[in-house]
Design a protein around this ligand. Structure first.
Ligand code: GRF
Length: 199
């Protein structure tokens, strides 16, 4: 069984969607760990409710990214994690994690990349006045939302949309697309077990 770590910083509705898909049998994997960099984030509560262990840290307690990423990698290896799904993790992944998990990290972003990378993609879409935005799932590289695109789905933007309305419409799509895409990657064997995990 593929072991997934989900990284999140906030509410965790996508974490929830992945957990729900595992529990319903739609996603053939195990959520082995939550990694969270905000000790008060709502996602921690969600993990607790579903018995998912959490590695929680504050970047300010470390001397730089390489330092906390080394600890994260140790935790991931100890739990035999095969694959990382970023779900609202508000940090760029550094070399330490990227080289340990090369080709095994994906992210979900609330726009049709390469349009509107970075923070507040929903606000950027409203500001630009586009009629269509959407959701992208992509492999993670060293850039900001720049890795190879795996799946995209368009979401209409209506004339009188406010931020919350558009965000809700996008998130509804995210919650279906993320588990479905991760399952497809597993089926296509684009995500595989780490050697130590071949059991
Ligand atoms: C999602 O919109 C995701 O696309 C972006 O951050 C948001 C996280 O939301 N990367 P949630 O914490 O999963 O509710």
């Amino acid at each position: 069984m593929i072991q997934i770590a989900v990284f999140a910083s906030g509410s965790g509705s996508n974490f929830q969607a992945l957990v729900d898909a595992v529990e319903s049998g739609e996603l053939n994997a195990r959520i082995a760990l939550l990694v969270c960099d905000r000790p008060n984030a709502r996602v921690i509560e969600r993990a607790r409710e579903h018995g998912v262990p959490a590695f929680i840290f504050s970047a300010k307690d470390y001397d730089g990214k390489a330092h906390f990423e080394r600890e994260i990698v140790a935790e991931l290896e100890q739990r035999e994690v095969d694959f990382i799904a970023l779900a609202g993790y508000m940090r760029l992944i550094g070399d330490t994690l990227l080289s340990a998990f090369e080709g095994r990290i994906v992210n979900i972003h609330p726009s049709l990349l390469p349009a509107f990378p970075g923070v507040d993609a929903v606000g950027q879409a409203l500001e630009a006045g586009v009629k269509v935005s959407g959701v992208t799932i992509h492999f993670v590289d060293a850039g900001m939302d720049t890795g190879q695109i795996i799946a995209q789905q368009a979401v209409p933007v209506f004339e009188d949309d406010n931020h919350e309305q558009l965000q809700n419409r996008i998130q509804k799509v995210e919650h279906e697309l993320y588990p479905k895409t991760v399952e497809e990657l597993i089926q296509r064997r684009e995500i595989h077990l780490c050697q130590s995990n071949e059991r």
